[in-house]
Design a protein around this ligand. Structure first.
Ligand SMILES: [Zn+2]
Length: 79
């Protein structure tokens, strides 16, 4: 039996960049963008909740493909 030491990205299954990161490098980058975008949106919308934010983001065509993929993944985690 071989013990798996690396983590796979839960979105694309690609090997995660580091053991601390949950996602692969591109999805980790998208996830960081989502976190910083939330603080901006929260200020703009006032009473925006995180689940509502990622729901909007997952449907936003302007958001990159990877950003939408991470948003959809986070949305599934929320439910
Ligand atoms: Zn990935």
């Amino acid at each position: 039996m071989s013990k798996k030491s690396s983590t796979d990205c839960p979105i694309c299954g690609f090997e995660a960049a580091t053991s601390e990161d949950m996602y692969c490098a591109p999805h980790e980058k998208a996830s960081a963008n989502i976190r910083s975008a939330f603080s901006v949106w929260k200020l703009a919308y006032g009473n925006l909740t995180y689940p509502r934010f990622i729901e909007k983001l997952s449907k936003l065509p302007q958001a990159g493909t990877r950003t939408r993929e991470v948003a959809k993944f986070l949305l599934r985690q929320e439910r």
